[in-house]
Ligand binder design. Structure first.
Ligand SMILES: Cc1cc2nc3c(=O)[nH]c(=O)nc-3n(C[C@H](O)[C@H](O)[C@H](O)COP(=O)(O)O)c2cc1C
Length: 207
């Protein structure tokens, strides 16, 4: 698979086959992550893999939003009017717990922060945060090249604190998201991607 094919193959899935991802492959995927560009050249990224189901149960304070009315009310509250976007949330919300719990491999990436992440003084104070997302995208693309898909979820504030207690990571490391990886279930729901015409997004010389 060349890079363009891997980019096309990478889709978010939230329904996994009950099949683990071999550790050699996980290492290869993380190795691809560790090749991503980084603001300060140091790649101060660490990865906790939680594949023990009991441990996952202890770790995950996330719920599937199965009540359709609750979901619609939430989307209305967001002021969301695009039906393609709403359909993605309709697929995603009932799977927020199960996608993490059932994934073949659950990776918790961490990046080192130099100061309080939520009080940036300028764009470059967000460089550590930006760099870890380059790492995560490399991982998702490498995984896709191996037939492994997945999903990222941003932890809510109380989830982050709980994770710190369960995982015991240092205070100066932050988990930007969960990365759930695995083999897609045969009936995995894959929401339609919003169609974007590249030329419509390109502005020559000025906006
Ligand atoms: C920064 C970021 C945050 C995301 N947060 C969540 C999330 O909390 N829960 C979830 O199910 N998917 C999450 N996603 C996955 C997106 O829903 C998904 O990438 C998007 O709908 C586009 O679909 P595609 O990845 O299949 O192209 C997130 C993706 C990104 C890049």
């Amino acid at each position: 698979m060349n890079i363009y094919q891997a980019i096309a193959a990478r889709r978010t899935i939230r329904d996994f086959e009950d099949k683990p991802v071999e550790m050699d492959l996980v290492e290869q995927i993380i190795n691809a992550g560790l090749k991503a560009p980084t603001n300060n050249h140091l790649r101060q990224w660490e990865f906790v893999i939680v594949n023990d189901r009991e441990e996952r149960g202890r770790l995950l304070r996330v719920r599937n939003m199965t009540d359709k009315d609750e979901c619609e009310a939430m989307l209305d509250g967001f002021g969301m009017t695009d039906e393609v976007q709403r359909d993605m949330y309709r697929a995603a919300m009932p799977r927020q717990f199960s996608m993490l719990y059932n994934a073949g491999c659950l990776v918790l990436p961490f990046f080192r922060v130099r100061g309080p992440l939520m009080q940036p003084s300028c764009l470059s104070s967000l460089n550590d945060f930006a760099s870890i997302w380059c790492c995560i995208e490399n991982m998702l693309l490498a995984a896709a090249a191996e037939g492994i898909l997945g999903v990222t979820r941003i932890p809510m504030t109380d989830e982050s604190e709980h994770i710190r207690q369960v995982v015991g990571h240092p205070e100066n490391y932050v988990m930007p998201c969960y990365v759930a990886l695995g083999y897609p279930a045969k009936d995995a729901v894959i929401p339609v991607q919003k169609v974007i015409h590249t030329r419509d997004r390109i502005h020559m010389n000025a906006w």
